[in-house]
Design a protein around this ligand. Structure first.
Ligand SMILES: Cc1cc2nc3c(=O)[nH]c(=O)nc-3n(C[C@H](O)[C@H](O)[C@H](O)COP(=O)(O)OP(=O)(O)OC[C@H]3O[C@@H](n4cnc5c(N)ncnc54)[C@H](O)[C@@H]3O)c2cc1C
Length: 466
């Protein structure tokens, strides 16, 4: 990943705007640029666009949307921003949070109205830390369906996506103005493409073990659950261009990935009354603090694993989710008629397990808050029980290039680079400096909102300078 001097003879082929990466951010940026009259080309290293977006649950938080209003959900940007800031303990850019919350309304309504995305609100439960039902997803609530819908929208808008195009270098002037990119092909060939503006939508560095070990050492040995092609290229180029980088130790973890199946088990179960115990049959945390920081807590338990325990009612809730259904079909979800059988199918010590379940049931019956700070407000678990063995994993990194409200990449002195934009996992997120600041949906929130803004502003820039 290098920065090269632009060729003296210029480029044989050029586009006004080049977008690197065809995940949610890149697709949305391309749609926005095309809609504003820009001439845009998307470059994607894979043969078929997927990215971490396809691996995700595809749920995008947004406030005051038409979809919320249709379901009678009352919400606004100030409330949403307060939720994000509270989760990040205020250790993030409050102005950017407020800006992107306002933008979320515009972006989700535009994706539905202009690009037929069919994003609706999940109103069956509240995600941890959100004070309103504001998670928007496509009907199956999968990232695969989301990226499929975006791919169709990009095709309908006739935006060219060049796949199997791995960008390996940028061409830039000494003042940081990007003139073009170089990408390699699977046959070893390479091609150059000039541009008037560049949008970095190539996510973070979760797929690069050396960078994870350097920047997030606590997750160096954890499973990575995101897209392997996200190698930190935006950060490497940003360093080369003198860009400011922020919150590089920030990440989204998840404390509930089925073992050994590697399937995400929705945290909705925890929010609705499930509990998590270690291999000694004991609870070890406030499961409602957040699923991101739970990754580290699970990994710290004996064997680095835990069991999620719940019952038939919560199992039915899980079955609303495609990945849970897959886990069930794969045999990851165990069933037991009583505590003794639960001990047998999980291998947990029967005495400790019985005590833990009894304590949980008593807390739930009383609506009590336990020593970890969890308030039990849902009905107690009752037999038959269900259980799934899980571990903690790294989902995606949240640190990256500092951008301003126009998604322009900032230099170390706070001034924007001439024509470089970034969004999604390539840009600094809204989650503060560590793992505890990630509020559900912060990933796709910055992917779609900054992508939307970047596409519009890059088009304005190239139109103004052409
Ligand atoms: C299991 C899981 C569940 C998640 N669930 C949610 C959720 O429900 N809600 C939420 O908000 N977030 C969720 N996230 C996080 C979310 O997936 C990401 O924040 C989001 O997808 C980032 O979008 P992006 O467009 O920045 O990156 P991506 O979708 O990863 O796209 C980046 C693209 O860039 C390409 N690329 C990289 N480098 C190059 C290069 N040099 N040249 C060409 N192409 C390149 C990659 O191949 C990739 O296609 C989840 C993540 C995981 C792993």
């Amino acid at each position: 990943m290098t920065i090269l001097a632009p060729p003296a003879a210029g480029f044989e082929a050029s586009a006004e705007i080049v977008v690197i990466g065809a995940g949610a951010c890149g697709m949305v940026a391309a749609l926005a640029a095309e809609g504003a009259g820009g001439e845009v080309v998307l470059l994607e290293r894979d043969a078929v666009p997927s990215g971490s977006t396809a691996l995700s649950s595809g749920l995008i938080p947004a406030c005051a949307t038409a979809a919320q209003k249709a379901r009678g959900v009352s919400d606004d940007a100030a409330t949403m921003a307060a939720d994000i800031l509270a989760k990040a303990h205020g250790e993030t850019d409050a102005a950017m949070v407020a800006h992107l919350c306002r933008q979320s309304t515009v972006t989700i309504d535009w994706l539905n109205e202009h690009h037929g995305l069919d994003l609706d609100v999940i109103d069956s439960f509240l995600y941890p830390g959100h004070s309103a039902h504001r998670m928007h997803g496509t009907p199956s609530r999968t990232g695969g369906e989301l990226i499929g819908a975006l791919t169709r929208a990009v095709a309908a808008a006739e935006v060219p996506i060049v796949t199997d195009a791995h960008v390996t270098a940028l061409f830039a002037e000494s003042d940081g103005k990007v003139r073009g990119v170089r990408f390699s092909r699977p046959d070893g060939g390479q091609e150059d493409l000039g541009c008037g503006a560049l949008i970095l939508a190539c996510n973070g560095f979760g797929g690069n073990p050396a960078m994870v070990a350097e920047l997030i050492p606590e997750m160096a040995d954890a499973d990575y659950f995101g897209h392997r092609g996200n190698q930190g290229d935006a950060i490497v180029w940003g360093r080369g261009l003198g860009a400011e980088l922020a919150d590089l130790a920030s990440y989204q973890g998840h404390g509930s990935v089925a073992q050994p199946h590697g399937i995400l088990i929705t945290w909705a179960l925890m929010m609705e009354g499930a509990i998590q115990v270690n291999l000694e049959g004991r609870r070890f945390s406030n499961e409602h603090a957040g699923y991101s920081e739970q990754a580290r807590k699970v990994i710290a338990q004996p064997g680095g694993k835990a069991w999620n325990l719940f019952d038939a009612a919560r199992h039915q809730l899980g079955m609303e989710f495609e990945d849970y259904r897959q886990a069930f079909a794969a045999g990851a979800i165990k069933t037991a008629g009583n505590v003794d059988e639960l001990a047998r199918v999980t291998g947990l010590p029967a005495g400790a397990l019985a005590e833990t379940l009894a304590d949980g049931a008593a807390a739930a019956a009383a609506g009590a808050t336990d020593n970890y700070g969890r308030t039990f407000a849902k009905p107690p678990l009752s037999p038959p029980y269900h259980a799934v063995l899980v571990t903690g994993a790294l989902f995606h990194t949240q640190g990256g290039l500092s951008v301003d409200g126009d998604a322009r990449v900032l230099r170390g002195d706070g001034q924007p680079l001439p024509n470089l934009f970034a969004g999604g996992g390539a840009a600094r997120g809204l989650s503060g400096p560590s793992d505890w600041g990630y509020l559900s949906g912060n990933g796709l929130l910055t992917a779609v909102t900054l992508g939307h803004i970047a596409g519009l502003r890059a088009t304005e820039l190239t139109r103004a300078t052409s």
